[in-house]
Design a binder for this molecule. Structure first.
Ligand SMILES: [Zn+2]
Length: 430
């Protein structure tokens, strides 16, 4: 079997990855990234679908950005001006329809970076080689830069073989995975409804270079939420009785939420990661804002915790005489891979020299679950796989970095997964 990850491809992978790493963009701000991928894959012969052609805007969560400002920043950082002008939401779908009857195969990758300030130490490789983050407080600390790079080069490579292929190739570049804010919108956008098989990938996550986890387990269902309490200000000395204390409501709510009982049926989590309230020492605080998340081993367990959160907020608001608002800002559901696809990937991984591991705990959430669920519900097969990568430090930490060589192996695996099913014989590009 040919190894498609030759010198040129490896160089292209590194170049794309380092460019994305240098200019990381957090959830819903991936304008530079999206525009450059649109340009590259349009040139390779793909049809590009963006905005409402990719996702349903009414299902978008946690998108609180200054679009004009983000686009101006992206342009300054080298975005493709033509594509940038056409973007409403970030993210894209690149479609290569061979026009010959055959299956429709899809890959889903993510694009966004994390709000982490990248380590400035000289022994951090991106600093050493000059591709560390140019955006203060934002960093590709979860390898989504690699995911995007792999999918772009894969698209270019497959396009070179299109005259020997049948069926349809769909590459989903999903925005806003961090905080699980876009998966639901993409899943309900309709573009997965003709997909026969879907693969979602992640690098790292408890797997070393050379390992391939074909059936990661323990994806958590999760709800990300914001709560606002709106009270009434008053002079704390003259007329405290005229106020309604939003700060006190928030504190009560947080301590009650942290005391939600665990569930006998399985793992649950709750975290309140941000609380901000009040303005002035001598004013009864009229406003409080908090951000939290619930998780559960199953959708029902997550719902158990989140419905308790809703009851607590309502009850505390009532007892304090304040108004409240709860906003869902992100959502993920658990994932179960299709057995037939797991089998195919096991054989392919073996053949390509991977150390194939059947299952290993994932322990986090990924909103690819909505895309996977959509394909499976319509009778298709879908799987989420972890491509091992040795890491310098953990995901979402400031020293995160991974073994770049695994990108070539990932490219080879994905190329053969597509090519093997879409072609009679893999020949050289024309
Ligand atoms: Zn990630």
């Amino acid at each position: 079997m040919i190894d498609v990850a030759q010198t040129d491809e490896l160089a292209a992978l590194r170049q794309w990855r380092r460019s994305f790493h240098r200019f990381p963009e957090p959830a819903w701000c991936e304008y530079r990234t999206t525009s450059l991928i649109c340009a590259a894959l349009a040139e390779a012969g793909f049809e590009i679908r963006i905005g409402e052609q990719l996702l349903s805007p009414s299902m978008v969560m946690g998108r609180d950005i200054d679009e004009a400002q983000e686009k101006a920043r992206a342009l300054q950082q080298g975005a493709d001006a033509d594509w940038l002008a056409r973007l409403t939401h970030t993210g894209l779908l690149a479609v290569l329809d061979t026009g010959r009857p055959g299956p429709s195969l899809a890959l889903r990758v993510d694009l966004d970076a994390v709000r982490v300030r990248e380590c400035v130490s000289a022994d951090h490789l991106p600093q050493q080689l000059g591709f560390a983050s140019a955006s203060d407080g934002v960093m590709h600390a979860c390898a989504h830069d690699a995911h995007a790079a792999i999918a772009v080069v894969l698209g270019q490579l497959l396009a070179g073989y299109q005259h020997t292929l049948c069926g349809k190739i769909k590459l989903f570049f999903q925005p806003a995975e961090e905080g699980c804010r876009a998966g639901k919108a993409v899943a309900s956008g309709g573009q997965l409804d003709d997909v026969d098989q879907l693969l979602a990938i992640h690098l790292g996550i408890h797997a070393h270079s050379g390992e391939l986890v074909v059936c990661p387990e323990g994806f958590l269902s999760s709800t990300k939420f914001d709560v606002e309490f709106i009270g009434k200000p008053a002079h704390a000395g003259l007329e405290p009785n005229a106020g309604a204390n939003a700060l006190s409501a928030a504190c009560q709510a947080v301590s009650q939420m942290l005391a939600i009982a665990p569930h006998r049926d399985g793992m649950t989590r709750i975290n309140i990661g941000h609380l901000h309230a009040g303005q002035e020492r001598n004013v009864v605080p009229a406003y409080a804002f908090l951000q939290g998340e619930t998780r559960g081993a199953t959708a029902a367990l997550n719902e158990y915790v989140f419905s308790a959160v809703q009851r607590i907020v309502q009850g505390v608001a009532m007892s304090h005489g304040v108004d409240y608002m709860i906003r869902r800002q992100g959502e993920a559901i658990s994932i179960e891979n299709s057995p037939a696809l797991v089998h195919t990937l096991t054989l392919l991984g073996d053949e390509l020299g991977y150390n194939v591991i059947h299952s290993r705990p994932f322990g986090a959430s990924d909103d690819a679950g909505f895309l996977i669920d959509r394909v499976q519900r319509r009778g298709g097969q879908a799987a989420y796989i972890v491509i091992g990568a040795d890491l310098k430090a953990g995901h979402h930490t400031d020293q995160f970095d991974f073994d770049e060589d695994v990108m070539g192996r990932a490219l080879n695996l994905l190329f053969h997964w597509f090519a093997r099913q879409l072609t009679v014989t893999v020949s050289q590009p024309d």
